[in-house]
Design a protein around this ligand. Structure first.
Ligand code: MF3
Ligand code: CO
Ligand code: CO
Length: 288
């Protein structure tokens, strides 16, 4: 393993080789396929535990292991966060989806020793205008961050690009959780903040692999962790949405390992410039 000469909070930042990229493409595809599989199940009346069980069965069926099971004592194959739950919602047999909910499903399969981490916020039937706008802007904020990724740019550029979208629409960006380096280690250096100052922070180098996973709140940015020590909610109980992709810095721009099937059809697999040109509209994440 090679490392950058830069560190982040005193930790070395890995620079991954072509074999690592190949492994990340495989596990990223499993992660994306898991969410593509679950999408049609995200309907009124299903419990979040049932959704989790479907995700777990799928990840195992294709030969991967849900990396979240046993991670710091977490016991489930996914995190499922409904409405004002910001992140790390625990799947439950007594939590049923209802029309109008927004629900984030976050999965991290482990395949051949490599992690792929992705999440999407789904709309359950018809949702409020506010909820729809929040979800759409969260997706745009994630892609604003992704589109800032290229060699020589900084993580501050990524955070600032996200924050610009968030502020333009009157939402707030959660500060207590961030994206992270990922590879053979689930949560590695660097930390990827979803706010920041252009030009500040780690300078991006080809071979860096990390997640971008902004959480946007309709109200203030403050969150609180419930007594189960996982479930994180907005302090003001406002709605929260999140999207997450696992990406890499390439020689020319960015590669996204966790594209959905819908996103793949809108993308030509080429330079960062083409990624920027072709990604703008959110795929259909509303369910009947
Ligand atoms: N997938 C989450 C992330 O985006 C982490 C979940 S850890 C768990 O980083 F233990 F809560 F599952
Ligand atoms: Co993550
Ligand atoms: Co995740």
């Amino acid at each position: 393993m090679m490392y950058s000469l830069q560190t982040d909070h005193g930790k070395r930042i890995p620079l991954h080789d072509e074999a690592a990229f190949a492994a990340m493409r495989r596990v990223g595809r499993v992660a994306a396929d898991t969410l593509d599989m679950i999408a049609p199940h995200v309907k009124p009346g299903i419990s979040t535990a049932e959704l989790d069980a479907l995700c777990e069965a799928y990840m195992r069926q294709v030969g991967s292991i849900p990396a979240t099971i046993g991670y710091n004592g977490y016991q489930h194959a996914s995190c499922i966060s409904v409405n004002h739950v910001v992140t790390h919602g625990i799947p439950s047999h007594t939590k049923y989806l209802r029309e109008g909910d927004i629900v984030n499903i976050d999965v991290t399969p482990l395949l051949d020793g490599w992690h792929g981490d992705t999440s999407r916020t789904f709309q359950v039937g018809a949702v409020s205008i506010l909820a729809e706008r929040l979800v759409k802007k969260t997706y745009e904020a994630m892609f604003a961050g992704i589109n800032a990724v290229r060699p020589g740019a900084t993580l501050g550029d990524v955070g600032a690009a996200i924050e610009a979208v968030v502020r333009a629409h009157g939402f707030s960006s959660v500060r207590d959780f961030c994206g992270h380096g990922i590879g053979q280690i689930f949560h590695d250096a660097p930390q990827v903040l979803h706010y920041g100052r252009a030009g500040a922070g780690v300078v991006l180098e080809p071979g860096m692999i990390f997640t971008i996973e902004p959480m946007l709140n309709a109200g203030g940015h403050h969150v609180k962790v419930l007594r189960d020590e996982w479930t994180t909610v907005t302090k003001d109980h406002s709605l929260s949405a999140q999207f997450e992709h696992t990406v890499a810095v390439t020689d020319v721009g960015v590669e996204i390992f966790t594209l959905s099937a819908a996103e793949r059809t809108r993308l030509t697999p080429a330079s960062g410039a083409q990624v920027r040109a072709s990604l703008n509209a959110m795929p259909e994440h509303r369910t009947a």
